[in-house]
Structures are given as C-alpha cells and as structure tokens.
Design a protein. Structure first.
Length: 278
C-alpha cells in the first residue's frame, strides 16, 4: 500500500489544491507558542516536544491500529494519503523561484536580491553568493519537502512522517532557543540516513566520480549537517559552474532541478521494485 499512497500523493499534489487546504499549521503553532511561553513548560523543551509531536503521533498510530483490520485496511488508505500530503514541505518551491529566475536572467541583481529575500528568505553579500545560496535553498527544500518525507513514509509509515514534519515546524517556528536546539538535534538524527541515500542517488544519476570525492570524507560523519551534505553532493553531481549573472546562472538552477527529478524517478523505481518483491 505504501507505493500506491506515494503515487496518489504525487497525483493529488500536482492536480488539486488539497495540499494548500490541508497544510494549515496555525492551530498547532499557537499551541507551540503557548506551551513554550508557559511558566511550567517554558524551560522544559523535551516536554513541549513530547506533547506536540509524540502525542499526535501516538494518536495517529492508535487510529491506524484500529482501522487496519477493517475492510482489509482500505479504510486506513485515506488516512495514509492525507498524512503524507500534510507532511510534504510548505509552499511552492518552483513558484517561489520564478521571480528570482526572471530577475537573474535580466541581469537585475538588485531585483534578484529583493525577490530572493521576499519569496525565499535568502540573503547574501554579493551576487555570486546570492546565486549559490539560492542553489542551496533549492536542494535543501527539495530534500526536506519531498525526499525525506517519502523515505520515512516508505520505511516506517505515516507516524514517522508526521513526526518528521512536526519536528521541522518546531525547529523553524519556535521562539525558544533551547527548544530549537533540541528539535534540531532530533531532526539531524532523522536526516542522517535519507540525506546520504539521496547523495548516493545523485552519484548514480549525475557525476559519479565528483560525488564520490565529496562523500569520501563525509559519508559517515555525524557533524556535517544535512543541508551542507546535500549542497556539496548536488552541486558536484550536476557539475555546477562558477556563478554567473544572466541566462547562464539560471541554467544552473535548471540543471539542479533536472538532477532532482532524475533522483526522484530513481527512488520511485526502487520503491516499486521493493513493493513487488515483498
């Protein structure tokens, strides 16, 4: 059922507005801010994470256990699908890149910097650094919005994928430094395996030798962040040149996007083979 759900999630996400209607985090974020500001739990970040992440995940798991024996588990299918769609990344990655691409293609560095900060929350001190940061943003957002989600769903199911997304929301939106640090530690553990598998996928669908050189010293390292690793591997696999203003710079974003698409096809092919063999 996992592979079917992942296929349906892609179709629903591409051809309907369900994702935008489903990904409403306002209520959860209000509870986050309320708990981290409370006198009793404000200095207990682990308890806040337990209440806001572990409890919803446990409730979801209990619901799935109850529904699994009913109608051969078919009643659980919509729950799986909704959880996967909810757990995908926020926003429209390609849509957000559109204004930046247009400004960069025209050679308008000031406009590119403005739209990058407005739409992507990316800033830089120079034009070359700006394009590099946008490339990093593209790779990281594609990974955490899609690849990490489908990996954890296929491996451990909807409970794991919901936990991953709620943990990401806590890290990104918490105003408590201690809670951000704890959420970041847990998220780093979540990201360790899938980001390395994606880097290995880049080697298979891109420049194998270049990625191998990058991964040689970082493969088993716990210290490098997922964002840093995926940036190094992605740019090496796609053979991204020195940043340039104009159409050449935009083509580097197209090259990275094509690399991500090839990696996604590879992952789905592997999932399909795995599903057939089990």
């Amino acid at each position: 059922m996992s592979f079917v759900v992942l296929l349906l999630a892609i179709l629903v996400e591409k051809f309907s507005g369900v994702r935008q209607r489903l990904q409403r985090d306002g209520g959860w974020l209000r509870e986050l801010h309320k708990l981290e500001a409370s006198a009793g739990l404000g200095n207990k970040p682990w308890w806040v994470l337990f209440i806001l992440i572990a409890l919803p995940a446990a409730i979801l798991g209990l619901l799935l256990v109850v529904l699994h024996p009913v109608a051969y588990g078919l009643l659980a299918l919509p729950i799986h699908l909704l959880v996967v769609i909810y757990s995908l990344g926020r926003g429209d990655l390609l849509g957000g890149l559109g204004p930046f691409r247009d400004a960069w293609r025209r050679g308008d560095l000031q406009a590119a910097a403005h739209v990058a900060e407005r739409d992507l929350r990316v800033t830089a001190d120079s034009g070359e650094q700006l394009l590099e940061n946008v490339q990093r943003h593209l790779l990281w957002q594609a990974y955490q919005s899609f690849f990490a989600v489908i990996f954890w769903y296929f491996l451990l199911g909807p409970v794991a994928v919901l936990s991953y997304r709620l943990l990401a929301l806590a890290q990104e939106h918490s105003q408590n430094p201690a809670l951000v640090e704890r959420a970041g530690q847990l998220r780093h553990a979540f990201d360790w395996l899938p980001v390395r598998l994606l880097a290995a996928s880049f080697a298979l669908v891109g420049n194998f030798a270049a990625v191998s050189r990058v991964m040689l010293h970082e493969l088993l390292s716990w210290d490098i962040s997922a964002a840093q690793l995926i940036d190094k591997a992605g740019c090496a696999a796609a053979e991204i040149p020195v940043p340039q203003l104009g159409p050449e710079g935009v083509s580097s974003l197209d090259t990275l996007w094509a690399l991500l698409l090839r990696a996604a096809v590879l992952w789905y092919a592997c999932f399909a083979v795995w599903a057939l063999l089990l």
